[in-house]
Ligand binder design. Structure first.
Ligand code: ADP
Length: 445
């Protein structure tokens, strides 16, 4: 087993990983930018190394600083968390070259899945249903028009290197395609340094349902059931829950089998997520695979009583998994609390937290790095806390979430708590009647 793990991340996920390491008797090394000097992940780690200035390109994405920090502190593994370098094949490879275990996917697995158009080709070959679309990357707008004509409008143009909902354009008719193509190309070049685009049929009003999978180094893969992430704004998740209110036992079997097939086709090891779109007829289509731990992993942990970070560490250390699939026996919901002003077009709201009261009690979990007196830097993601509840039924979970949101007091900045409160009282949400289009017509009162 590893003796010391360097956590190449910040915020709530860095703390989350530290907690598991401590329980496993593994020492931790935090890395931080100068903007994060006062962060809890720095204070709670056994050792901490400053890796650069505030901009992530110079700190949390700075591979040589991070490797140097691991070498100085004698860390034998690196956990990348999510975002930053978590799905970077080059970083995974550099770690291996330095004899440091990367707690995540191998370069080959990341390469096979990280590029979304290539991942789709791999999945098609493995017999996993995919959204109809282009065979790989689009060469030019002429080709885009031809394919759109064949599969039928509406279509969606997506960045091969995409993530976080960026580089995507929906095209309703041919006259819009040139503009959509050009702007998606520009946006993905700026965001990902790669302007390859591909095209898919735009599935109208689908659900986003993803499967958590775990694979070990010996080819065994199992699934831990689904998460419904349909509540999104601008293709970014706001709330996740498990089980999906749309799920049936038959569909879970079919999707779980497809997810395992997808992971096996790239010899996947570690925890990962297979994302699907599900249409109203319960047809499902592979969308992408995330080769890392996800923000929303706690809902799965809560319903099956499983520490997914521990599982990641065990698998990375070569421990075999049982191979048994898990099915939810309870219901969990997670609300992402962002430092944003929902009444002002979700404008980021960094700054000092003057007063903080976290909810608690039975079935309530808060994963956060913030505290009263903490100043949220403007440089990073706006998510400041995840509020997770678990209960026997979905109705009970919603009641519990309302109660917990009511107790959650954050003063000094704006947050998305009022949005979640309204969601918990929304008739359609309560009835489980929603798709990824839900937020388009949601009016904040
Ligand atoms: P990212 O990696 O940027 O998050 P995804 O491929 O996961 O991008 O897509 C994000 C969201 O965009 C999905 O959850 C869904 O709401 C929407 N989306 C993506 N592809 C399609 C499609 N073909 N049809 C309809 N909606 C889509």
């Amino acid at each position: 087993m590893f003796k010391k793990i360097l956590i190449a991340n910040r915020g709530e996920i860095a703390l989350r990983i530290q907690r598991t390491c401590r329980e496993m008797g593994i020492k931790t090394v935090a890395v931080y930018s100068t903007a994060d000097r006062d962060s809890l992940h720095v204070r709670f780690a056994d050792e901490a190394v400053c890796i650069g200035p505030a901009p992530s390109a110079k700190s949390y994405l700075n591979m040589s600083s991070i490797i140097a920090a691991a070498e100085i502190t004698n860390a034998d593994a690196i956990h990348p968390g999510y975002g930053f370098l978590s799905e970077n094949a080059k970083f995974s490879e550099i770690c291996a070259l330095h004899g440091i275990k990367f707690i995540g996917a191998t370069p080959d697995q990341i390469n096979a899945m990280g590029n979304k158009s290539m991942a789709k080709e791999t999945m098609k070959k493995a017999g996993v249903p995919c959204v109809p679309g282009s065979d790989g990357v689009l060469n030019d707008v002429k080709e885009a028009k031809k394919i759109a004509g064949k599969i039928g409008y509406p279509v969606i143009i997506k960045a091969s290197a995409g993530g976080g909902g960026r580089g995507m354009r929906i095209v309703w008719e041919e006259s819009e395609i040139q503009k959509a193509y050009d702007s998606a190309k520009q946006e993905s070049a700026a965001a990902f340094g790669n302007d390859d685009l591909y095209m898919e049929k735009y599935i109208e009003e689908p659900r986003h349902i993803e499967f958590q999978i775990v694979g070990d180094q010996y080819g065994t893969v199992c699934h831990l059931s689904e998460r419904d992430c349909s509540i999104q704004r601008r293709h970014q998740k706001l709330l996740e829950e498990t089980p999906s209110p749309f799920m049936t036992p038959e569909l879970r079997d079919e999707m779980g089998t497809a997810a395992i097939k997808a992971a096996k086709s790239v010899n996947y090891e570690g925890v990962g997520t297979i994302e699907f779109l599900v249409d109203k007829h319960r047809n499902f289509y592979f969308m992408e695979m995330n080769t890392r731990i996800q923000v929303e992993h706690p809902v799965t942990e809560e319903v099956i009583n499983y520490d997914l970070i521990k599982e990641q560490i065990l698998v990375a250390a070569g421990v075999p998994i049982s191979g048994k699939n898990y099915f939810p026996e309870r219901c969990a919901i997670e609300c992402r609390i962002n430092a944003e002003d929902p009444y002002n077009d979700f404008r980021p709201s960094p700054g000092k937290i003057l007063n903080l009261h976290k909810p608690g009690g039975h079935g309530v979990r808060v994963d956060t790095h913030v505290y009263a007196g903490y100043t949220i830097p403007p440089n990073y993601d706006s998510m400041i806390a995840k509020l997770i509840v678990v209960a026997r039924t979905r109705e009970e979970a919603i009641v519990k979430m309302r109660r917990a949101l009511d107790e959650f007091i954050i003063e000094g900045i704006h947050t998305t708590i009022p949005l979640h409160m309204q969601l918990m009282n929304d008739k359609n949400f309560i009835e489980g009647n929603f798709t990824t289009a839900f937020m388009n017509t949601f009016e904040l009162k």
